[in-house]
Ligand binder design. Structure first.
Ligand SMILES: NC(=O)c1ccc[n+]([C@@H]2O[C@H](COP(=O)([O-])OP(=O)(O)OC[C@H]3O[C@@H](n4cnc5c(N)ncnc54)[C@H](OP(=O)(O)O)[C@@H]3O)[C@@H](O)[C@H]2O)c1
Length: 300
């Protein structure tokens, strides 16, 4: 398809910004942030798609405040479940491709091995429940859709764990961090790159008809770690970003850091289906971290 029209929703978010970069030369992009559309309003969301008439919709928007969602369930449901349903209905109506992101927090963390797409979701918190409802809404509509479940997303910009750690690392000598939750830190850069490879391949007909490729896939950086070890890797790779300081990191148990929303112990996602179907593999979390630290260092 020559020069497809691409609607990017959630354009100011971590993934939204990187999607704009990755798709910049691919088609004509209409990038929309909260200023232009409130996704909590189904009418506005529907009107947006009808006005833009896209061939591709990339939905990077979400209610991502995991703890706050416990007290804002309706709003989280509107953005994470109702808005994706409307986007899916509008995509279906015009035979457009919808790309949507979901989360490792649809799982309860009880499994010892990495979770596969066939495993039964059982969210422990409101955020996970609303994201699961969003996945199901899109699947119920059907059509040309791709749902990528990812985890522990961060990047050079936005609000994220890496930037919080760099700030705390400058302020404190010592930090206590949870060391018994396992997952795969995944960069917005890697997600956008992999999304681009798959979407451009789908539109070029590389992966067959939509019955062959439409569906739900896990998409994370490879390898896994804990929040505590992730922080240690950030501090040891930060160099001049921390002026050579190396804060002490003390591992603690989840019980010692109570939060409004419960988190899964193991939320490592198997990427085997993504590799087998599309031949796509994201970088290791360590290599992806180095790349983001390099971007930040070059911006200093
Ligand atoms: N962050 C993670 O650790 C993580 C983990 C697993 C999966 N994911 C998923 O990955 C995707 C991308 O996440 P991200 O980290 O890039 O999120 P993000 O940085 O929080 O960006 C989300 C964007 O959605 C926008 N948004 C929220 N409510 C809106 C509304 N009512 N109307 C219009 N826009 C609205 C936000 O705008 P404002 O900035 O104005 O609020 C923000 O720009 C999401 O589907 C998320 O659920 C994220």
């Amino acid at each position: 398809m020559a020069d497809p029209r691409i609607l990017i929703v959630g354009a100011a978010g971590q993934v939204g910004v990187e999607l704009q970069r990755s798709f910049a030369d691919y088609g004509s992009i209409v990038a929309v942030d909260r200023e232009s559309v409130d996704l909590a309003d189904a009418g506005q969301t529907r009107d947006l798609v009808r006005r833009v008439e896209p061939e591709i919709i990339l939905n990077a928007a979400a209610y991502t405040a995991v703890d706050r969602a416990e007290s804002e369930q309706e709003l989280a449901m509107a953005i994470n479940a109702h808005a994706p349903r409307v986007l899916a209905e509008e995509a279906f109506r015009r035979n457009a491709l919808l790309v949507h992101y979901s989360t490792d927090y649809v799982f309860d963390g009880s499994k010892q091995e990495p979770w596969t797409e066939g495993d039964e979701p059982h969210p422990l918190n409101t955020y996970g429940a609303t994201k699961l409802a969003g996945e199901q809404a899109i699947q119920n509509v059907g059509g040309r859709y791709l749902i990528f479940r990812t985890s522990w997303v961060y990047g050079p910009h936005g609000q994220n764990y890496l930037l919080t750690m760099l700030r705390l690392g400058r302020e404190r000598e010592r930090l206590t961090i949870v060391d018994d939750q396992f997952g795969a830190p995944t960069t917005s850069i890697e997600l956008a790159r992999a999304t681009y490879t798959i979407v451009s391949g789908v539109l070029a007909g590389q992966f067959g008809v939509s019955n062959d490729w439409a569906g739900l896939y896990h998409m994370t950086c490879s390898g896994s770690t804990t929040w505590c070890r992730f922080a240690q890797a950030i501090f040891s790779g930060a160099g001049k970003l921390l002026d050579g300081r190396l804060p002490e990191v003390i591992p603690i148990a989840t019980e010692d850091y109570p939060t409004p929303a419960k988190r899964p112990r193991n939320s490592i996602l198997s990427n085997a289906k993504l590799r087998e179907r599309f031949g796509v593999r994201l970088a290791s979390w360590q290599a992806a971290l180095d790349a983001v630290l390099q971007v930040l260092s070059s911006e200093e």
